[in-house]
Design a protein around this ligand. Structure first.
Ligand code: A3P
Ligand code: MG
Ligand code: MG
Ligand code: MG
Length: 348
């Protein structure tokens, strides 16, 4: 039975991210060598399917009664046997260096067909009752996210960021996009448990590394703040962000970064604000893009809301249909940021 302090959930989620990152690294490396057939499916898609299968298999082994909301579905794989085989080959090879960790995750998946069924176990409708995991097998091409919600509250959040340095003094000096290199020695895992603070550790491929507590940086003068936003202009309005920054007196250029690495970066004080400003009126954010980041930033001393200042509501299904955009900032300055966000968005 699951423990009440969520230590087992955290441990399994962390190990599962490490195992999934072994697979995604191998996808990116084989793609670089041109061994994957791009005409069949993009390497990112292959990585997404494989990572989702590995993660759900680990969660099911440990928490068989939990529901899972995951981004991908196996439909396309069922129709394309060649891609299915490619994913299956990758999944069979992705193992932790550490045999005891591999055992804790339930070991290998039985067959290619059971892999497809496992991928489709991520089809929960979500909601406000019971234990539900939210999973993004690969986010913004190279991050990983998982979070456990219980009765609509995020209790455990884990983010894997293979392209962020473990030491935050190096972070936010450059824009980190989809093509950032996957150099050895890089990679960080962020995590949080509700009420117990946030931590980071290096992302490895076997037993878990030792964690260090993280906290947001205090912002005494908001004009000195650094803000992050999406690399993709279609995901967050960079024009609105520039206007908001200007009104706050911010002169530093924004740091553009893929994935929920933005949440992890501000949570450890490498950067201060995360602005995600709606581009399309009808786009609804997905819970797997935000559940872990929301908890990690709040446990590091921040506040996370939508553009109107409402907390993100994870209880209404697979999407955040009650929210628009995301504004994350240290608690003390969050209210001021929202004021300016409303001014700028309201005057459009
Ligand atoms: N029009 C849109 N507005 C906001 N987010 C969008 C979007 N279209 C896609 N996304 C989401 O943005 C995520 C990446 O976020 P970011 O821009 O911060 O890197 C994508 O995750 P996936 O890459 O997992 O599909 C996707 O879910
Ligand atoms: Mg996607
Ligand atoms: Mg995503
Ligand atoms: Mg994804």
């Amino acid at each position: 039975m699951a423990s009440s302090d969520y230590s087992k959930e955290l441990h399994i989620a962390l190990l599962a991210v490490q195992r999934a990152s072994i697979l995604t690294k191998s996808v990116f490396h084989s793609h670089a060598k041109g061994t994957l057939d791009k005409a069949d499916a993009s390497p990112v898609t292959i990585g997404d399917f494989g990572a989702q299968a590995l993660i759900i298999s680990a969660l099911q082994h440990n928490f068989p009664d939990d529901e899972i909301v995951a981004e991908e579905e196996a439909k396309d794989l069922r129709e394309k046997s060649k891609v299915k085989q490619t994913v299956w080959d990758l999944v069979q090879k992705a193992k932790l260096d550490d045999a005891s960790g591999e055992k804790e995750l339930g070991g290998a998946i039985e067959s290619a067909d059971s892999m497809l069924d496992i991928i489709d176990k991520g089809d929960s409708k979500g909601g406000s009752k019971g234990r539900i995991w939210a999973i993004d097998p690969i986010d913004g091409t190279k991050g990983f996210l998982r979070a456990l919600m219980v009765d609509g509250d995020v209790k455990v959040g884990v983010l894997g960021c293979p392209n962020l340095p473990v030491d935050d003094s190096e972070a936010l000096t450059e824009n980190i996009g989809a093509d950032a290199s996957d150099a050895e020695g890089k990679g960080v895992l962020f995590s949080a448990v509700l009420g117990k603070g946030a931590a980071s550790r290096s992302l490895g491929s076997g037993a878990l590394a030792k964690e260090s507590k993280i906290a947001m940086k205090a912002v005494t003068n908001i004009s000195d703040a650094t803000f992050c936003e999406s690399v993709e202009a279609g995901h967050s309005s960079q024009g609105d962000a520039a206007n908001i920054a200007k009104k706050l007196g911010i002169t530093k250029p924004s740091v553009r970064m893929d994935s929920q690495a933005k949440y992890g970066s501000i949570a450890r004080g490498a950067g201060d604000l995360y602005l995600r400003l709606p581009v399309k009126k009808d786009y609804v954010e997905k819970i797997w893009d935000h559940a872990a980041g929301d908890l990690i930033v709040r446990e590091a001393g921040g506040q996370v809301t939508d553009v109107e200042g409402k907390r993100l509501d994870f209880t209404v299904g697979r999407t955040l249909q009650n929210n628009k955009g995301v504004i994350a900032a240290p608690k003390d300055v969050h209210g001021r940021v929202i004021e300016v966000v409303r001014e700028v968005l309201g005057s459009k």
